[in-house]
Design a protein. Sequence first.
Length: 338
Amino acid sequence: MKYITFAIPCYNSEAYMEKAINSILAGGDDVEIIVVNDGSKDGTQSIAEKYEKEYPTIVKAVSKENGGHGDAVNCGLAHATGRYFKVVDSDDWVDEEALKKILDAVKGFVEADSQVDMIISNYVYEKVGMTHKKVIRYDNVLPENQIFRWDDIGRFHIDQYILMHSVIYRTEMLRLCQLRLPKHTFYVDNIYVYYPLPHVRTLYYLNVDFYRYFIGREDQSVNEKVMISRIDQQLFVTKSMIAMYELRMITSKKLRKYMVNYLAIMMTVSSILCIRSRKKENLEKKKELWAYLKKKDYKTYVKIRYGILGQTMNLPGRPGRKVSSLAYSVARRLIGFN
């Protein structure tokens, strides 16, 4: 039995993908590693096949035509045989000791026949040039080492939201909710951690620093200049998330609040990028985005525009100048990615 399938989407990843694979191999035959070569033009496929040959019971090398990160995740999910499913980007890696603790927890679920839909753990920013590594943990928000539901969660801080780095899903749950990420689109990780949420009934949190999120490549999608150049894709993903649910229909109040806040962050990121691009056409796109939310889900529009974004703070260094607390926090994070 494979307890966790790890999908590693790879596009021209020969320079760093081995670190990701090697870190997961510590799980031995309890794990499955699917290396998805998304139409690479370098030695990615050769490296994947080398690992498949050396670890035939653990590693699968899957090659496909280029479809983007989301399509590679779709491919990994289609090939997965593990009870649980985790995405690890090819330039990231996992902590081996934390992996063993997570595997022990998953084995416990399987032995007890407990259907835990989502497992959450901490992630670490492995930012180039930074000696102090920032850890995103959830011990002030989520009950530890126990199965719980959405109504048991606390209040998330602005930098605590559940990202692809921190989540492991039950494979069958992802298939039942028919998760399908769009092709040739960046920032679909937001869809990955947003769309399944109403289908998640039970959760489990391990307070371990599991995922290592590398930041430092100039072409990385979280670089502000890169994000501005791909602003249409950011807007597409945000609109897709708006269209998924009428949030007032979400029965759990705490889950509904979490999803509204997550959507508020997406709206804020999109708006800030449009403004910082200093292009007239992007300012028009910002207006169109807010009009789209207003039309699709008026109550959520009011909550975000006049509730969440209506909460202001004094702008540091600018006496008397007030800005939205959320917008200021998000702007600092965006600019800090440079």
